[in-house]
Design a protein around this ligand. Structure first.
Ligand code: LLP
Length: 420
């Protein structure tokens, strides 16, 4: 596997391009992605499942930049969308809708309608109420919607509570114990067609056992449903494979595939996969520039031009992402918090980290920022969202321009005329 962000002559690079050069050309803060790393991660996933019929439906929520999505589509990926906006992007990026699955607990009628118009592969249905809406909307279009229920197996994925989805307390899916009733209801409807079953238990899983436990339950369910006369062609095993941010040792793609195939590989089904983070996280860094250093009685702060509005994972999940100087590290060891300029104490990119001496103007790279980085960025505090850059080999290009202030007020009006 290539080193996506090597140090060359002491300087941190993205493939063959120095991050300092990108920062000086494009400005900061900036997200930088390695095209080769994305390819490599996709290929590893694809190869790991070579023994079974499978479709990799990239979870576009992880990074929805059109260049990223287009690259994966060209590599052969289908897409997992969770909203009309993601469907729009997936189509805009050239994705083949017959390889799209649509997950999510809150699909609106118009989103369902758009997905039907596009001709997606499968709706992952998260409640019986939603099933009835899909049937109604498909009926109004005089089509039949391919569906799978997302079943909740009540397995603890052993990850952060905000990204655990397979517990019985979670809003996602239908309890696996109610699946037979739900499938019976689906069978009686005219405008839905059952194609399989879906299960996604959470994100950033660092062990295979929860996947195996969940799929054991899915396996039993597939047997029961077949006995009841349902067609089970597809098992969607969701996403969730974790990555190394710090010292985690998650299963690699092959170990994950082995566990999936051991559980459900002999059921004569197509396996649908929805990886997001595992394809993108370590293919991206977030580069930010030091503005100031300040101390108080208790702490040393490094204030940078990136903030929680650019990268919210540390603030939202207390997530750890490695931070390192882009240039040749200076000497010294200082315990610092790397913070942004947003008016919240929760605005930090890293806390209590040991970093070498830094000066105003130095660049820092926040690692593992390719997934759920830019995708979760906002304009909070009136900040412009960062630029995004793709690197391949010794070339780079801007794949999303930094927003302008004008961009940030698009569509806003001071009320001149009120609507009555
Ligand atoms: N499929 C479904 C139905 C999902 O809800 C998700 C992620 C995925 C696939 C992709 O999971 P992945 O392979 O990326 O783990 N913002 C959080 C992660 C939220 C994950 C939401 N769902 C974070 O930054 O850690």
């Amino acid at each position: 596997m290539i080193e996506a962000f090597p140090r060359s002559g002491g300087e941190l690079c993205a493939e063959g391009v120095s991050l300092e050069r990108i920062a000086n050309t494009v400005g900061t803060p900036v997200y930088v992605y390695s095209a080769s790393a994305i390819d490599a991660a996709y290929d590893a996933f694809d190869a790991a499942f070579a023994a079974v019929p499978h479709t990799i439906c990239y979870a576009i929520k992880a990074n929805m930049n059109l260049a990223v999505v287009r690259q994966l589509v060209e590599r052969g990926a289908g897409i997992d969308v969770t909203s009309g906006g993601e469907l729009f992007r997936a189509l805009r990026a050239g994705g083949d809708p017959s390889r799209f699955v649509y997950s999510g607990v809150g699909k609106t009628d118009s989103e369902i309608s758009d997905a039907l118009a596009a001709g997606i592969k499968q709706f992952n249905v998260e409640s019986r109420a939603e099933l009835r809406r899909i049937d109604a909307v498909a009926g109004s279009r005089d089509v039949v919607a391919p569906i799978a229920f997302r079943v909740n197996p009540d397995v603890d994925p052993q990850t952060h509570p905000y990204i655990s989805t397979g517990l019985k307390t979670s809003k996602f899916g239908i309890p696996i114990g109610e699946a037979t009733i739900a499938y019976a209801e689906a069978k009686a409807l005219e405008h839905v067609r059952v194609v399989g079953v879906d299960c996604h238990i959470g994100s950033q899983l660092t062990k295979v056992q929860p996947f195996a436990d969940a799929l054991e339950k899915v396996r039993d369910l597939v047997g029961e449903l077949r006995d009841a006369g349902h067609v089970m062609e597809i098992i969607d095993v969701g996403g969730g494979l974790g990555v190394t941010y710090d010292d985690e040792v998650p299963p690699d793609a092959q170990q994950y595939a082995d566990a999936v195939i051991a559980a459900v590989g002999d059921l004569d089904c197509e396996i649908v996969l929805e990886p997001g983070r595992s394809l993108l996280a370590n293919a991206g860094v977030f580069v930010t520039r030091v503005l100031f250093e300040k101390q108080n009685e208790a702490k040393n702060f490094v204030v940078v031009d990136g903030a929680m509005s650019d990268l919210i994972r540390p603030a939202l999940y207390d997530a750890y992402q490695r931070v390192e100087p882009v240039g040749q590290p200076r000497g010294g060891r200082n315990l610092v918090d790397v913070v942004g300029g947003v008016c919240e104490s929760g605005d930090f990119l890293a806390r209590e980290r040991e970093l070498p001496d830094l000066e105003r103007g130095d660049l820092l790279a926040v690692r593992s920022a390719g997934a759920y980085g830019f995708a979760m960025a906002s304009n909070y505090n009136g900040r412009r969202r960062a630029a995004e850059v793709m690197v391949r080999g010794d070339r780079f290009r801007v794949v999303r321009e930094r927003e302008t202030y004008q961009d940030t007020i698009r569509g806003e009006e001071t009320p001149g005329e009120w609507i009555e």
